[in-house]
Design a protein around this ligand. Structure first.
Ligand code: IMP
Length: 427
């Protein structure tokens, strides 16, 4: 019953796609359990580069069944275009399963996301503008539209009308926008129904049966721990639970079934959108990390904010997720620095603080306390084992492991599928 959760240990964009895909060959099911097309995975297979937003990265492994769980929010137009893009490149997508309970991102959710951000002005979250927050808000408010609603026109119409009754008041009276016609939304959504039908399934049943049959199931988190609605840097977070518990609610699998929780950890730190980020760099080092690391969002094309590794955050991720392992990514990006600072604690109001403060105002003015580790200049992209790494790179990895509270079981040393050092097997 190997059930693995793989999630971002920082603010997302840690290189999860590569890690998931690396396991893809031995995994029977890859499940997304939260988020939507706000995520972005880049997966490099041979000389082909794939940018996935909504589909689980396991879609690229022929032996794997990709699953979109009940906790995901699905924009049908994005899903269908992602599928046809892959089909055009010869990828078979016929095994995909989509939960009938997943919520649908409609055009009005996208509009609400954009106008709400504009309305917030300087206080904006910096969302991806994909309608994620408003769709989850409707889910919690019990006025959401689910995938299964596409197959009952009268229910769909009632639900869209009920949702738009309120939203049109907001759009026209508060945000000064045009109202959205319910019948047009219904027509658009019904237009997707037949194309999606072959994929819609009772994914909770399928996954629990798979686990009973000893299949390997991988739960793939979108975004990252610090973007979690409960455990992240609220309000600068996404509207779902990327942390490990989210895999249980977002896929309908009990916590007793999860055997391993792997945190993907970048060898430095990045963040997209607004919100606190203690180790953020505004100098040429930050610029160099961005350039060398290719730190530009797969989904939004925005430059990522870059900074040194933050061990306080890594420790926090270990705790809130119950991490059993780390997969350290992008170590090669740090090649060439003579010395590499690592944040080991914060200074808050003149005091040294070892753990992430729960208070938002404390975290906003936390200053990083750095320890400096010696760097390396040798090319590490061909390293196949830990001992192939230069001594200083080995020491950097060991130091991170000690500070972060869980073993580093794999290390990414380049973007390619085979540019990974496996230390402990995940299976
Ligand atoms: P939303 O998920 O579009 O509502 O955006 C909320 C916050 O999460 C913003 O700061 C986004 O930049 C951030 N965010 C959402 N998805 C990702 C992701 O996949 N990687 C990194 N940041 C993300």
């Amino acid at each position: 019953m190997p059930a693995l959760v793989l999630l971002g240990a920082q603010w997302g964009d840690e290189g999860k796609g590569k890690a998931t895909d690396l396991l893809g060959g031995s995994v029977d099911y890859v499940v997304r359990y939260q988020g939507g097309n706000n995520a972005g995975h880049t997966v490099v297979v041979g000389d082909q580069k794939y940018a996935l937003h909504l589909l689980p990265s396991g879609i690229l492994s022929p032996s794997c069944t990709p699953v979109i769980g009940n906790g995901v929010v699905v924009d049908p137009s994005v899903l269908l275009s992602e599928l046809s893009g892959l089909n055009e490149r010869g990828v078979d997508t016929s095994k995909l399963l989509i939960s009938g309970n997943a919520h649908i991102i409609t055009p009005y959710h996208v509009s609400m996301d954009k106008v709400a951000e504009r309305f917030l002005g300087k206080r904006k979250i910096g969302t991806t503008g994909r309608g994620i927050g408003p769709t989850y808000a409707d889910k919690i408010n019990r006025v959401g539209i689910r995938v299964q609603d596409l197959y009952d026109e009268s229910i769909l119409t009632q639900k869209v009308e009920a949702a738009l009754d309120v939203k049109n008041q907001m759009l026209t009276k508060l945000y000064n926008r045009r109202a959205i016609a319910a019948d047009q939304v219904v027509e658009e959504l019904l237009g997707y129904a037949e194309q999606l039908k072959p994929y819609v399934a009772d994914t909770v049943l399928v996954l629990n049966q798979a686990l009973e049959d000893d299949k390997v199931v991988l739960f793939e988190g979108g975004q990252g721990t610090l973007l979690d609605i409960d455990h992240g840097t609220y309000p600068f977070v996404t509207s779902s639970n990327p942390t490990a518990g989210g895999a249980c609610t977002g896929a309908g699998v009990g916590p007793t079934k999860i055997s391993r929780v792997i945190g993907i950890l970048k060898a430095y730190t990045t963040r997209v959108g607004a919100g606190p980020f203690p180790t953020e760099l505004f100098d040429e080092d930050g610029e160099a990390l961005r350039r060398i690391g290719g730190e530009r969002g797969v989904t939004t094309g925005r430059d990522r904010r870059c900074g040194w590794f933050d061990a306080v955050i890594a420790r926090y991720a270990t705790r809130v997720n119950g991490l059993t392992d780390f997969f350290l990514t992008k170590l090669d990006v740090l090649t060439g620095w003579e010395e590499i600072p690592v944040c080991v604690a914060y200074e808050i109001d003149g005091k040294r603080v070892e753990e992430l403060p729960y208070s938002q105002s404390d975290f906003h003015h936390a200053k990083p306390i750095y320890e400096t580790l010696p760097g390396w200049s040798e090319d590490i992209t061909k390293a196949k084992s830990f001992s192939d790494l230069p001594k200083n790179a080995q020491n950097y990895v060991k130091a991170l492991e000690e500070m972060s509270g869980a073993p580093i079981s794999a290390i990414g040393v380049g973007p390619g599928r085979d540019e990974t050092i496996e230390i402990n097997s995940f299976l």
